[in-house]
Ligand binder design. Sequence first.
Ligand SMILES: Nc1ncnc2c1ncn2[C@@H]1O[C@H](COP(=O)(O)OP(=O)(O)OP(=O)(O)O)[C@@H](O)[C@H]1O
Ligand SMILES: [Mg+2]
Length: 350
Amino acid sequence: MPDPLKQAPTAPLAPGGIAARARAAAAPPYLAGLNPEQREAVEALDGPVLVLAGAGTGKTRVLTTRIAHILSLGRARPAEILAVTFTNKAAREMKRRIGEMVGETVEGMPWLGTFHAIGVKILRRHAELVGLKTNFTILDTDDQIRLMKQLLEAENIDEKRWPARVLAGIIDGWKNRGLLPDQVKRGEAAAFADGRGIKLYAAYQARLKTLNAVDFGDLLLENIRLFREHAEVLRQYQQRFRFILVDEYQDTNVAQYLWLRLLGQSSSSPPPTEVGPARLRSLDEVAEPSLERGSAGGRSARVSGPGGGDSASTYAASPLPPASVSPHPGLPSAVRPSPSRGGWLQAVPS
Ligand SMILES: Nc1ncnc2c1ncn2[C@@H]1O[C@H](COP(=O)(O)OP(=O)(O)OP(=O)(O)O)[C@@H](O)[C@H]1O
Ligand SMILES: [Mg+2]
């Protein structure tokens, strides 16, 4: 199988060549400071793109420039781009950088933010469809623990032996894997309070609904449920988001990945119920190396920026097609992530 990372860029820029100089002269100013690989990733607007490069080599710069490029070409309006970051600080920084490139247009980018911020926004709009009111509250960790203590007490479970904090961690883990109470395998719950973990999880979810509250894990979990149970709502967002871009894609957990995959499916593709935890149980599982699942059609760009460096760090920028997840078969071992980083993902057409 050819190694996509080793393929020549479609439009190699020969330094100093006449063609290169002509292209540089014609290029909008925001493209001028990019190296050829960065520029290729910015300009490849059709189909999924994964940018894989070391720390500090200019991946986020590619992402922000790509957004500027999409806006300046008129390929999408600001409200039609979903751009996800892991921190609010990163989202602010990204907005600032795009603003510098394209001016005030960026003010209207309502869907550039963290998974949580965007998750809350979608959930408030459709709260009643998942049993909440629009003004639902978001519990912090202390509230969450307090609530779990009450539930343990109600079940006559000794909190000293089975601490609420441990239960909170277990439930959070299930939520991060996109699992509702009825989707958790019995065996998995055996470890807590003699197998009562699932019952406690279900009771906790019911209590949250009564309180008109969610915890952080629910923000995406309830989004996923909303999208799965209300195809028309999902379709509305699929049609809205013409481009989906994700910084630090390698750090997405299963719930974040499922959420992205639902949104990235084309609205004419099979209903989202086909995409479920049965097929995608955990990130470890889907990230198992497999040579059969390659990068059929997806594009990869290796960005060598000013910093160099060989630690792996990835993100994907796309419109995401109905995607499967696969480690890149052609990835040289030097840039394989360490297991502690949780594997890495590539969006490829299924
Ligand atoms: N082609 C380039 N020429 C000059 N400077 C660049 C270029 N590309 C990126 N930079 C600068 O290098 C620094 C790191 O870029 P950026 O934050 O995009 O890297 P990154 O790969 O996303 O880093 P991280 O691994 O920390 O997420 C920034 O100051 C950025 O402006
Ligand atoms: Mg970055």
